[in-house]
Design a protein around this ligand. Structure first.
Ligand code: FES
Ligand code: FES
Length: 156
């Protein structure tokens, strides 16, 4: 089937099975390797992307669901102030260790702050509840998002 979608602002047309996972197409066909595969079962959030403005686990999304849709991956945030503020906040709060989970957390943080620019710690915890990190304490990740909210007051 011919699938059309917009990925990071670029129109993409692919001849693919509609049941193929969005995650595989992003990583293998489009070389967007900031999208990670962790569990492959919707549990870890490493594969988080925005689909039509909503945070999704791309390992659970059949390609047909993205047909005519808009996908944004972490690569699509390159060069934005939002990404800079988030990256700096994660680094300054000590919220990155091996870094495997970080793109997914950044995407979830971005989606959260766009929806709720002034989240309290409970709202941050809830907003990031679909993302797992095996190395860093969650408190530091929550600190990072609180810092990004504070520093990016005019952004979100
Ligand atoms: S790889 Fe998709 S949620 Fe874990
Ligand atoms: S920093 Fe290693 S899994 Fe999160």
């Amino acid at each position: 089937m011919q699938i059309e979608l917009t990925v990071n602002g670029r129109k993409v047309i692919l001849e693919k099975e509609p049941t193929e996972r969005l995650l595989d197409v992003l990583r293998h066909d489009l070389a967007l390797t900031g999208v990670k595969e962790g569990c492959g079962e919707g549990e870890c959030g490493a594969c988080s992307v925005l689909l039509n403005g909503r945070l999704v686990n791309s390992c659970l999304v059949p390609l047909i669901r993205a047909h005519q849709g808009m996908v944004v991956t972490i690569e699509g945030l390159q060069g934005t102030r939002e990404l800079q503020v988030l990256q700096d906040a994660y680094a300054d709060a000590g919220a990155v260790q091996c870094g495997f989970c970080t793109p997914g957390f950044i995407m979830a943080s971005y989606a959260l702050l766009k929806e709720n620019p002034r989240p309290d710690r409970e709202a941050i915890r809830e907003g990031l509840s679909g993302n797992l990190c095996r190395c860093t304490g969650y408190n530091m990740i929550i600190d990072a998002v609180a810092l990004a909210a504070e520093r990016g007051k005019d952004l979100w």
